[in-house]
Write a protein that binds this ligand. Structure first.
Ligand code: ZN
Length: 432
């Protein structure tokens, strides 16, 4: 087992002020090339096209999740709570630090088009022949598997999993504060110090002392605000749609044998659906943006236009549709085709509910392995209740399913050919 560092290391951080590293293993993990790659992956994907400050990286977020986890565990240890299993400190800190290491460039869009999954990549990076795997194995032979089990939520001690994956985990607490800071909005702030003080380990779970209920309400309201103001922002959705279309078009061209004027070798694995962990680790946003700049001059007019749109922020516009029934969508599609647009690429219905964020939910989402542990209040010494049973505010936002359909499309060609469109389509797209 490796020792503590002889001298504590610190990172200056705008959200947590300082991030403290005391363990040699954590320091070595931060210095691996797989972890350093996270400097080149943005935390909020394309949100920088909506909020220009949102350039922060997965590197800073990962350090932040580590720091929150470290603070929670230190509080448990300082107070000597017997329900906290002391041997679990290092595995918890490593899982917190590495939980996002499998994210690719503009992850969510990439995952949708290529059916990959960042959690699976994270586990491959932990378990296959990488620098991270080497550092973890120095702790013990089975240590990489232990950290991967926490990420997969199969670790036998659920209290460890809930530190980084529950309704109020270190991951969410960091990204809310960090995303609020870097987008420049105030909605996402809440009293982290207060929440950290009222957390308690209790019978294999993490619970909140009842006196901390209002701090938790504030946290959940912040989440609610961030969800609508930042994560679901319709302009960000537009940039994600264009990004997906680029990946989709490039994939289609690649498998069809199209001769790209320029394509880096590191992208061939992705486009050809055969990627190993070393190919994957070569992908970052610097590469993807360089490729898009080149592809904006490709011969294929669709790829060329989409890349130009993304790089120069000529995004699709949207209209709101209350009830997108098939007849209406077919009419729109026919009209688009009649003026030379390609409905496959030039119209997309978006419903913001399909996002990896939720405000507070007690039900299980389809395809989810395990529901996120709910927030539990500890009343007195031995009485537990779920927070929405006590809090009117939390009850009012629990399981909220709002959201309206948006139809995204390129506005310029529609405007140019407005005279050729049927009257009701013109009206729908405000072209009168
Ligand atoms: Zn995260």
């Amino acid at each position: 087992m490796k020792e503590k560092l002889t001298e504590e290391k610190v990172f200056k951080d705008p959200v947590h002020h300082y991030i403290y590293v005391q363990d040699q293993t954590i320091w070595d993990l931060i210095n691996t090339k797989e972890f350093q790659r996270l400097r080149r992956i943005r935390q909020l994907g394309t949100s920088y096209l909506t909020f220009h400050g949102a350039e922060h990286s997965r590197f800073s977020h990962s350090l932040g999740v580590y720091e929150i986890t470290r603070k929670i565990i230190s509080q448990f240890e300082r107070n000597g709570y017997p329900d906290w299993p002391k041997d679990e400190r290092l595995v918890s800190l490593c899982a917190a630090l590495l939980h996002d290491v499998g994210h690719g460039p503009f992850s969510h869009s990439l995952e949708e088009v290529f059916a990959t999954n960042h959690e699976e990549w994270t586990c491959k990076i932990l378990l296959e022949n990488t620098e991270i795997n080497r550092v973890l194995r120095e702790v013990s032979d089975d240590f990489p598997d232990k950290v991967a089990a926490v990420i997969r939520k199969t670790y036998p001690k659920p209290i460890v999993v809930s530190l980084i994956s529950s309704q109020m985990d270190a991951d969410r607490m960091d990204y809310l504060l960090r995303d609020a800071y870097f987008t420049g909005v105030n909605y996402g702030t809440f009293d982290l110090e207060r929440i950290l003080r009222v957390l308690r380990p209790y019978k294999g779970k993490i619970v909140v002392k009842e006196s901390g209920m209002h701090a938790v309400e504030h946290y959940l309201m912040s989440r609610y605000q961030m969800y609508w103001q930042i994560y679901f922002h319709p302009v960000t959705r537009s940039s994600e749609i264009i990004l997906r279309q680029i990946f989709r078009r490039a994939h289609q061209l690649y498998v069809g044998g199209y001769a790209f004027r320029w394509i880096p070798d590191s992208l061939r694995g992705l486009l050809g659906d055969r990627m190993n962990v070393h190919d994957y680790l070569k992908l970052d946003e610097a590469l993807v943006q360089t490729v898009f700049t080149q592809w904006a001059e490709e011969r294929d007019p669709l790829l060329n236009d989409l890349c130009d749109r993304f790089m120069n922020r000529r995004l699709y516009k949207y209209i709101t549709i209350d009830n997108p029934d098939e007849t209406l969508l077919n009419e729109i599609s026919d009209s688009f085709s009649s003026i030379g647009l390609n409905p496959d690429y030039h119209m997309e219905i978006d419903f913001p509910f399909d996002l990896p964020y939720d405000v507070y939910r007690l039900d299980k989402k389809e395809g989810e392995k395990q529901e996120k542990a709910p927030i539990l209040l500890l009343h007195g010494d031995d009485e537990i209740c779920e927070i929405s049973a006590k809090s009117d505010i939390v009850r009012s936002i629990t399981g909220l399913h709002q959201g309206r359909y948006h139809l995204y499309y390129p506005a310029e060609p529609l405007q140019d050919s407005a005279d050729l469109l049927p009257a009701h389509i013109k009206r729908l797209f405000n072209l009168d």
